[in-house]
Design a protein. Structure first.
Length: 479
């Protein structure tokens, strides 16, 4: 049944709860299923869901493998939860924001942060008991006693956004699946970003969609210059920040994305980069190869609101906006010494860059409207290439060991982890200014260097410091 057609949302939650209880009992007894899939679900005459296939491991592997399988992990209760979350999402769980959030939690990249089967069952039972139109089912028009029932537009913005986004994503056949579904309008000819310096990045974040997680506050001048941040406060002492940035097109191509998990939404591809604990990122690749990045980070290392659920929600609500045409524009503002006016690729010359052993100087990208420049070969097929980046950012504080270069105060951090690489980063204050909310902010020039995994942190920081001295000498006076 689950494999053939979408299911009314309350029925799906009921069946999901029954399947989760079966898994909870098995897990309590030390057993795992190993290949939860829709084809293993049987619905009895009384409408009760059963799960078959325990102990049957196909030679080709599970249909919905959890991410940890890529590192050789064995089937576990957590991988069963991941697969069940995938089954529920594909059967219609993508169409309700609350159920989508639960599915995203069940499909967390970190197996240790997924809920247990008993908790999933409890959540689904509670969800199934909530009142909702009985005839509504995702992707179909269900006939009622008086004839066909038309789906109504929800009064809340988030419901409308979710329904539109689900319709869009359906045509992909690979992300938040929906069948049957109307075709997605082609977006290949669209360039919704245009000039990243004048596109409004805050149009990428819908605070009303994020308010389901807690009170929100918009910060248009935090993070990257071509970005926007929303802070969510889901509980006392907990803050999850969501940042959206207009990266643009990489001249080095998109090979860096090739090994990442990906999902399709029509002609758009969503990639899942791997970040550290408490963080999550999504890279949206448009048909013209322009990128929009979303990142979510929690001030808690464990527990609380899942950053990946927040990032997925942000992506979900923005896709209809991206495909509708161009983003709203903004007027770029700032004093003459602002880094917003600086082409960061002009801050380092080839002579300086060639002092970095093995660095591919010709492999260069100007991103985020020129406020980010990166050098080095980011081909994942090349083992441990050196990489250098110079970029502007805006923040309320500067952390690390205090440093002063060319009349600029700042900090140095020797161990910035990004995937398997560790960077040294030098951050220097170019100017201070009052933020939109009245708090003092700093505009920083950042220099980030990775030489090799085997290189000591002190050597990487020495190179980063030398590059920072050369780069800041070309900037307008600080202030």
């Amino acid at each position: 049944m689950l494999a053939r057609e979408p299911v009314p949302i309350a029925t799906l939650a009921q069946w999901g709860a029954e399947l989760a209880r079966i898994l909870a009992a098995a897990h309590a007894g030390g057993a795992v299923h190993g290949d939860v899939r829709a084809e293993s679900v049987a619905i009895a005459a009384g409408g009760v869901a059963h799960l078959d296939g325990f102990g049957e491991r196909p030679a080709t592997g599970p249909k919905h493998p959890a991410p940890e399988f890529d590192q050789g992990a064995e089937p576990s209760p957590a991988s069963d939860i991941y697969a069940l979350g995938t089954v529920l999402r594909q059967a219609g769980g993508h169409s309700d924001p609350t159920l989508l959030q639960l599915c995203a939690w069940m499909r967390h990249d970190d197996p240790g942060r997924r809920p247990g089967a008993a908790e999933v069952a409890d959540r689904l039972v509670q969800f199934a008991q909530e009142p909702r139109p009985a005839t509504w089912a995702p992707g179909i028009v269900a006939p009622g006693p008086g004839g066909p029932v038309r789906r109504r537009r929800g009064s809340r913005t988030i419901i409308a956004v979710a329904v539109v986004a689900v319709t869009l994503l359906a045509a992909a056949g690979g992300w938040w699946l929906l069948s049957p579904s109307p075709p997605v309008p082609p977006v290949a000819a669209l360039d919704p970003i245009g000039d990243p310096r004048t596109a409004d990045p805050c149009a990428l974040l819908d605070t009303s969609a994020l308010e389901r997680f807690g009170p929100t506050e918009l910060y248009p001048d935090l993070g990257s210059v071509a970005g926007c941040t929303v802070a969510i406060r889901p509980a006392a002492g907990e803050i999850v920040s969501v940042h959206a940035a207009l990266e643009g097109i990489r001249s080095r191509g998109d090979r860096d994305l090739a090994p990442l998990p990906q999902q399709r939404a029509g002609e758009i591809t969503i990639y899942h980069p791997s970040l550290g604990p408490g963080s999550c990122a999504r890279t949206v690749l448009l048909p013209n190869r322009s990128r929009v990045t979303f990142s979510a980070a929690s001030n808690r290392d464990g527990g609380g609101l899942d950053p990946c659920t927040v990032a997925d929600t942000a992506v979900l609500q923005v896709l209809p906006r991206i495909t509708s045409g161009s983003l709203p524009r903004r007027t770029l503002a700032g004093p003459p010494n602002s880094l917003a006016w600086v082409d960061h690729c002009t801050l380092l010359d080839d002579v300086t860059l060639r002092s970095i052993p093995g660095l591919r100087v010709d492999a260069r990208d100007s991103l985020n409207g020129g406020t980010v420049c990166e050098w080095g070969d980011d081909d994942p097929g090349i083992a441990d290439p050196p990489l250098v980046s110079v970029y502007a950012s805006r923040t309320g504080s500067v952390s690390g060991t205090t440093i002063s270069i060319n009349s600029r105060e700042g900090a140095i951090r020797p161990t910035i982890a990004k995937g398997p690489r560790v960077y040294c980063r030098v951050s220097l204050i170019q100017r201070s200014f009052p933020g939109a909310s009245g708090e003092p902010l700093y505009e920083l020039l950042n220099v980030q260097v990775h030489l090799s995994v085997a290189t000591a942190a002190d050597a990487q920081c020495a190179a980063a410091t030398e590059i920072a001295e050369i780069a800041t000498a070309k900037l307008p006076p600080p202030g």
